[in-house]
Design a protein around this ligand. Structure first.
Ligand code: ADP
Length: 478
């Protein structure tokens, strides 16, 4: 394989080292997928407390003095095939708690912590280390947002930059008074550059300085230009429309495949017997007896995910023979609402509050459908798991959900391409209508089997995404 180029990826999370959301999956999957098309990617991230021991005897490849109150040392090693650069700066990252918060809530110096990560990324990219220098620096979300800015303002030395927005709701806000402390030039503090509603946003800083802006689906890229979705940054997206694009995430088909999944009774498009057994097992596990379609929800319980709509649409769905198994945690009010449904519909609604990866696999294998009524969804993964496992996605037609599910319209059914059911807008009326269609389709054995087959065959691996990122990088090379 001819080597096309080198990329330094900078992010706050990376599977399998640390994960709080979909960002970590993407950052961890890209190096392997890109290697397949000739791109050499290394990932720079913080050495959080739990990662320090791992890197203890890795070779030191970079040392940065004066890193916001201490020294930062970067050590390089290989984890699960990924070349990882861990920034060990104990004064910033060696703490009890998560990447962004401790027992008392968000760390007060988050702006400085991720400025430090971005600073080191920019310096390592500009100067190279151990004979390796990237052609492209690829920053993720607000935590990496200042890296393109530091390169742009401090001299990029030919290194091109990309920033990927995984969720524009998180913008890395900081007070204007921190401009100097964050090592940003005062001359750039105006609305066309760093200024953001009277303060600073590291995400905006990345968006105004990077050579390319990507987000994780084409529809989300288009939506971001509108105020309902852009969350204050729609003007920046519009101003830079010529460099904005959407590249769908893939899923790890080594982990998510009903043929080989170690957590479930296996099955495939050709032999679906295992799916019926998985459904029975799932009903038994949740204490359910469901004559119609058995749906699942596997989700963070937040306003974004539209979980509050479920109590409004469920009674009719249950009356029509449906059932629902729910796995998730989050907003206490939403958890309480789910508990209420569980109590009201014994034998038809099952609930597990918490986070359980293995259970989520059993749920996708056993389910007839997965419900994703999001208000916005940059890409979304659960609808793609649903496709793979023949659990038909019933999704709001927003963001990546709109880009991955083909609605079972009469035309799509006739053409034999439907993979699920989409609805719009995200409200109880449209959602209820989608569930009525689900019940109807479930009653049509031939139609159901066809849509299920289409869904399971729909490609959702990383190959397509990797090719798109490779093309993006290639377009930046001289
Ligand atoms: P987001 O990143 O906005 O939460 P995604 O659909 O992109 O949404 O990714 C969510 C990921 O987290 C999926 O892999 C999903 O299966 C998983 N997940 C969410 N909640 C749970 C849970 N309670 N238990 C197990 N996995 C969960």
């Amino acid at each position: 394989m001819k080597m096309q180029g080198r990329v330094l990826s900078v992010a706050s999370e990376c599977v399998p080292l640390i994960k709080t959301g979909g960002l970590a999956d993407v950052v961890g999957a890209l190096p392997g997928a890109l290697a397949g098309v000739g791109w050499d990617m290394r990932v720079l991230m913080p050495a959080y407390r739990a990662l320090r021991a791992l890197a203890a005897d890795w070779p030191e490849v970079w040392r940065e003095d004066g890193l916001w109150g201490g020294v930062g040392v970067v050590r390089m090693g290989v984890v699960a095939g990924i070349t990882v650069l861990l920034l060990d700066a104990p004064h910033l990252f060696d703490r009890e708690g998560g990447p962004y918060s401790g027992p008392q809530g968000d760390w007060e110096d988050n702006a400085q912590r991720f400025a430090a990560l971005s600073w080191v990324a920019a310096r390592m990219a500009r100067e190279g280390f151990g004979g390796w220098r990237p052609d492209v620096l690829h920053a993720h979300d607000w935590q990496g947002g200042l890296a393109p800015a530091y390169l742009a303002y401090g001299g990029a030395a030919g290194v091109k930059t990309v920033i990927t927005i995984h969720n524009i709701a998180f913008q890395g806000w900081a007070a204007a008074s921190m401009l100097g402390e964050l090592r940003l030039p005062a001359s750039e503090f105006h609305p066309g550059a760093l200024e953001y509603y009277g303060g600073l946003s590291s995400l905006k800083a990345g968006m105004v300085t990077a050579d390319r802006i990507t987000t994780v689906s084409p529809t989300y890229a288009a939506e971001l230009a509108r105020a309902e979705y852009g969350m204050g940054l729609q003007g920046v997206i519009t101003a830079r429309a010529d460099v904005v694009s959407g590249i769908l995430n893939g899923v790890d088909t080594g982990v998510w495949s009903p043929e080989t999944d170690g957590d479930v009774l296996n099955y495939s498009v050709k032999s679906m017997k295992g799916k019926a057994a998985a459904r029975a097992a799932l009903c038994a596990e949740f204490g359910l007896d469901v004559p119609g379609p058995l749906a699942i929800v596997v989700s963070r319980m937040t306003d974004q995910k539209g979980i509050d709509l479920i109590p409004m649409v469920l009674p009719d769905f249950i009356a029509a023979g449906g059932g629902l198994a729910i796995l998730g945690s989050g907003d206490p009010a939403l958890e309480a609402a789910m508990r209420g449904l569980h109590q009201r519909f014994p034998g038809r609604v099952g609930l597990r509050v918490g986070y359980d990866e293995a259970l989520s696999h059993r749920m996708f294998a056993g389910a007839d459908a997965v419900l994703v009524p999001s208000r916005f969804e940059p890409c979304g993964l659960t609808q793609m798991y649903g496709l793979r496992y023949g659990a038909l996605p019933v999704v709001a037609a927003v963001g990546g959900l709109a880009d991955t599910v083909i609605h079972a319209s009469p035309a799509a059914m006739a053409a034999g391409v439907a993979t699920g059911i989409t609805f719009h807008p995200t409200d109880a009326i449209a959602f209820a209508q989608a569930l009525r269609q689900l019940v109807q389709l479930y009653g049509d054995q031939k139609g159901w089997g066809q849509v299920q087959k289409n869904a399971m065959k729909h490609p959702v691996g990383w190959e397509t995404s990797a090719a798109a990122y490779a093309a993006l990088y290639q377009g930046l090379l001289p």
